[in-house]
Design a protein around this ligand. Structure first.
Ligand code: PLP
Length: 388
């Protein structure tokens, strides 16, 4: 059997290995937490997106159990057939209120939300402008839409503006991550919003890593900049990260949501989330909004790490979010670093192409409100031994 390019599976796998691009899965045998168990070994975990430490929260688990007792397990159908339950509906209302938008619509995953929303809003007559470092799901959505598209330089609203000038009369959709998933830096949202307004372009922001973490009550990157539904008509949020559960949503104007219900194929042609999961997520949302201490602790850990890393002269990048990068460059070297940390009981993932550009393999370290100061100390000591 051959894969595209003509090589056999076996050959392609060997090539990947030689390039340091081979990917492994590690099997967890404990809940997601700041400490996890893999093959009877304990690891201090610095790679999950469970930023607020909610994934294993007893209150969420209790809500899920109560939800299962009341609504059973499977939704049994898609939302438009007979799978749209009261907890889904209530969660959508909660999320609309939380994000300050007229309505919200639940999707099964962020990946599906991005595919469905972009393909429902852009067509072959559209131009999509995407940040060079946008998440893969946004780019796949653009491809699926059949629109013409261009990538502007990362975080560069002037480059985006130049491309907008040339768009002539085409409808334009600008898509960007709020917080970039593999870098931790933030998009220039006020500038992009002003551009979108001036050129009558639509702006869509995927705030997967900002919601719950940034802004007043965890309302995300847009709230942090004071940008509402008028400035950013399309907001994507995911529920598997800071919220600690699973799923995703889009929030915006009532007629946008109605349109997506009619047209977003990844919404229409798939089974609804288990309703109990929506119950658990409603509880998670309450925790996100009311437990400001989680964001305070998180900021303290990030600051502790950055001060320590600077003292050690580690190659940290500009990021004030829980996503902290140590740039390595070479694929094999990034993997070796990750393995050496694992030998010391510390789990940090090596991120390699195509997730990041070629030559920019890195260690991606993520922090959680569940980390304690001594955990950060252990991480810093282990990193110091690597770079010595
Ligand atoms: C994780 C992520 C997604 C995908 O969300 P899932 O719910 O995990 O499918 C989408 N966009 C960004 C920016 C992400 O980081």
């Amino acid at each position: 059997m051959t894969v595209s390019g003509g090589a056999s599976w076996l050959e392609s796998l060997a090539i990947r290995r030689a390039q340091g691009l081979y990917r492994h899965r590690y099997v967890l045998d404990s809940p997601q937490n700041m400490e996890v168990v893999v093959q009877d070994q304990r690891y201090l975990n610095f790679c999950s997106n469970d930023y607020l430490g909610l994934a294993n929260d007893p209150r969420l688990i209790e809500s899920l159990q109560k939800g299962v007792a009341r609504y059973g397990l499977g939704a049994g159908a898609s939302h438009l057939i007979c799978g749209h339950f009261a907890p889904h509906h209530a969660l959508e209302e909660d999320l609309a209120a939380f994000t300050g938008r007229e309505r919200a619509l639940l999707f099964s995953t962020g990946y599906m939300a991005n595919l469905g929303v972009i393909a429902a809003l852009a067509g072959t007559d559209s131009l999509v402008l995407a940040d060079r470092l946008d998440h893969a799901s946004l780019l796949d959505g653009v491809r699926l839409s059949g629109a013409r598209w261009q990538r502007y330089r990362h975080g560069d609203s002037a480059d985006c503006a130049q491309r907008l000038e040339k768009a002539a009369t085409r409808p334009v959709l600008i898509v960007t991550d709020g917080v970039f998933s593999m870098d931790g830096d933030c998009a220039p949202l006020p500038e992009l919003a002003a551009l979108a307004e001036r050129h009558r372009a639509l702006l869509m922001v995927d705030d997967a890593h900002g919601l719950g973490v940034l802004g007043d009550a965890g309302r995300g990157t847009l709230a942090h900049h004071g940008l509402g539904q008028r400035e950013v008509p399309i907001l994507i949020g995911t529920l598997g990260k800071a919220f600690g559960t699973f799923g995703a949503f889009v929030a915006g104007a009532a007629d946008l949501i109605e349109w997506l219900i009619q047209r977003a194929r990844t919404y229409i042609y798939t089974t609804a989330l288990p309703p109990a999961l929506a119950e658990a997520t409603r509880t998670a949302l309450q925790c996100v909004m009311t437990e400001e201490w989680r964001r305070v602790v998180l900021r303290e850990r990030i600051a502790q790490f950055r001060v320590g890393a600077e003292q050690l002269g580690l190659p940290i990048q500009d990021s004030l979010t829980p996503i902290q990068i140590l740039m390595v460059g070479d694929n094999q070297r990034a993997v070796q670093f990750s393995e050496k940390l694992r030998e010391q009981g510390i789990w940090v993932s090596a991120i390699r192409p195509p997730t990041v550009p070629v030559g920019q393999a890195r260690l991606r370290i993520t922090f959680s409100a569940a980390h304690r100061p001594e955990h950060v100390e252990r991480l810093l000591a282990a990193l110091a031994s690597l770079y010595r």
